[in-house]
Design a protein around this ligand. Structure first.
Ligand SMILES: Cc1cc2nc3c(=O)[nH]c(=O)nc-3n(C[C@H](O)[C@H](O)[C@H](O)COP(=O)(O)OP(=O)(O)OC[C@H]3O[C@@H](n4cnc5c(N)ncnc54)[C@H](O)[C@@H]3O)c2cc1C
Length: 398
């Protein structure tokens, strides 16, 4: 039998959870599904911009982050082996006087708890397989997965099998199902690539003394960053020219630090976590149509250094939830296309430089001109705050 809901959110990453929460706060009936099990594993760190912190503060979600996050207020930029600039991290209102690094599961757990308080529980192990829409509704096929009792894999993790096919009918669907989005594919929306994919290696290493409140960016042919994390840990991120043939270990960290950040060459004998991932810089042809819309990594991806995809994605979740609530209340869907779609595309075309190279002033330093796109994607800001930060270097986005 077909189940009905007002809004189906596909994907319970940070963006999907925020969309579901906002929809519930607007009084709508929401179903949220995720293909995976609830993730309790150690998660990588995310970077929250000042504007995002202010928005989460408005939703009453600031407190859990303060004591588990690490604030940063300055960006020290290096190029050609020299320190070139010290920029203030943009601020936004009273609560957010800088950025914050945070384990991603702290963000997800806070959002999920707030959602549960509104009476909504994520339906884990439910994977969207197909999607179609007509003028009156969206029809989704979802497969429920279940653990296979035996055998367990060698890592002690369960294996899963498809157990049951479910049909869901929704007034609207929000696709927040990440880079390989099934919602995007179901809508037949393609991705436009802004630049070739980049491979990044991540290391979390103890830092003595703790790294303080500065983020370091090293721009050059490859872009690299050092972010302070909570508890005296430092996150090093290096752009790599090829996928490494073996896991990233302390020896590799030493080599990369010596080559790219020689001022950090001493110390750090251990690595608490490391990983490698490829990041595309890409944007959807459109953000959705009719009754099905996209937000977050399902719609765009960029370099992880500035965390722009996640932070803009969280803003999109709120805008989209408000737009859908309005469309349901008024019966007018037009503003989703003329508002959400157009605004989102405008912001992302600027961020990914689809509209052309940013305009430069005579005051723009040559190192910034030379590495402009990488610098732009690595700054922890978007919107007016990014414009203000770039203005100090004589750069205007177009
Ligand atoms: C290794 C790595 C390091 C990163 N480092 C950083 C960093 O340092 N700083 C930073 O800010 N960002 C970082 N990012 C990027 C950041 O994680 C993403 O931008 C962010 O998670 C996007 O959030 P989202 O909610 O849009 O998508 P996601 O977090 O990807 O969530 C998508 C969800 O959808 C679910 N899903 C997918 N397909 C289906 C389906 N068919 N049906 C149901 N559910 C589905 C997935 O299980 C997932 O839970 C990193 C990413 C990776 C992979």
């Amino acid at each position: 039998m077909e189940r009905k809901t007002q809004v189906l959110v596909v994907g319970a990453g940070p963006v999907g959870l925020l969309a579901a929460l906002r929809l519930r706060q607007r009084g709508l009936d929401v179903t949220i599904v995720d293909q995976n099990e609830h993730d309790t594993a150690r998660s990588f760190a995310v970077v929250l911009h000042a504007r995002t912190l202010a928005m989460l503060g408005d939703l009453g979600l600031f407190e859990p982050f303060v004591w588990q996050g690490q604030a940063f207020k300055r960006i020290v930029v290096f190029a050609g082996g020299e320190r070139r600039a010290i920029l203030d991290v943009p601020t936004f209102g009273e609560l957010a006087d800088g950025g914050l690094t945070l384990p991603q599961n702290v963000l997800r757990n806070a959002l999920e708890l707030a959602l549960q308080k509104e009476g909504v529980y994520v339906e884990y192990l439910h994977r969207l397989t197909t999607l179609r829409q007509d003028d009156s509704a969206v029809y989704a096929e979802v497969t429920r997965r279940e653990p296979v009792s035996a055998p367990l894999s060698s890592q002690g993790r369960f294996e899963w099998r498809d157990a049951e096919a479910l049909s869901l009918q929704a007034d609207y669907v929000i696709g927040t199902d990440g880079r390989a989005s099934a919602v995007r594919k179901g809508l037949g929306i393609g991705l436009c690539e802004a630049a070739p994919p980049q491979i990044y290696g991540f290391f979390d290493a103890p830092h003595e003394p703790p790294a303080g409140q500065s983020l370091e960016l090293v721009v050059g042919p490859e872009t690299n960053a050092m972010y302070p994390l909570h508890g005296g840990i430092t996150r090093y991120t290096f752009e790599l020219d090829a996928a490494p043939s073996k896991p990233l270990d302390a020896q590799k960290l030493r080599e990369l630090r010596l080559a790219r950040m020689p001022w950090h060459a001493a110390g750090h004998e251990s690595v608490e976590w490391s990983g490698v991932h490829t990041f595309e810089r890409a944007l959807v042809e459109r953000f959705g149509q009719g009754r099905a819309w996209l937000a977050g990594d399902a719609a765009h991806t960029t370099s992880p250094l500035g965390a722009q995809s996640l932070n803009v994605g969280l803003r999109e979740a709120r805008e989209l939830a408000d737009g859908i609530a309005e469309a349901i209340a008024t019966g007018d869907r037009q503003r989703l296309s003329t508002g959400y779609d157009v605004q989102r595309e405008r912001e992302w075309r600027k961020l990914l430089c689809f509209g052309g190279q940013p305009s430069l002033s005579p005051a723009t330093p040559s190192w910034a001109k030379q590495h402009l796109q990488n610098l732009l994607a690595a700054l922890p800001a978007t919107g007016d705050e990014l414009d203000a930060c770039l203005a100090t270097l004589g750069v205007t986005l177009i």
